[in-house]
Ligand binder design. Sequence first.
Ligand code: FES
Length: 189
Amino acid sequence: MGKHTKKTDFTLSGRFLAYILSKSCNVKGIRLATSQGEQYIKLARALRPACSEVLQPGTWIQVQGYQKVNTKTGKIKLKAKAIMPALPGGSSSNSNAPVQLFPEPASKTQKGKIRICQKSSCRKRGSQQVFTALNSALQASGQDKEIQLQPMGCVGKCKAGPNLVVLPDKARYTKVKPKNITNILQQHF
Ligand code: FES
């Protein structure tokens, strides 16, 4: 921490507005409408495992975390450590259960499936090469026993092909290239 930075805890209530995504489609933070205006709050790594939207805009939540204040510039950075449900108006709800931000990540031992569209539009856009590259990557890493590769039919997003679905996370990817598969595998398995 720099010598001009002061770190303190904060608790903020407000209405969830939106997830903020990085270029690679990972969730970095959230926007919260509070009584003091709109705030950007970065999420601790444990709170952002996937790019899947579960919180509905308008949901009342209470965010606890810490803030870093630059005593020279007055700039404040907020980082969330826990997100709890709140009652409309912002008071904390009786339930202390953390809000589910994302679907439960699949257990590491659970078998997964990757389905790749093999119909004509996706094939023209390279779905077979993606299939082959995934197959090789799974064999090379020894994951071919746990992760099943399956061709699938058209999912109606032909112009955005090759289309791919990862289960059990139900994550959909479009315009997949062989170079993207390492990231996709790391994200889900
Ligand atoms: S051909 Fe692949 S989604 Fe339609």
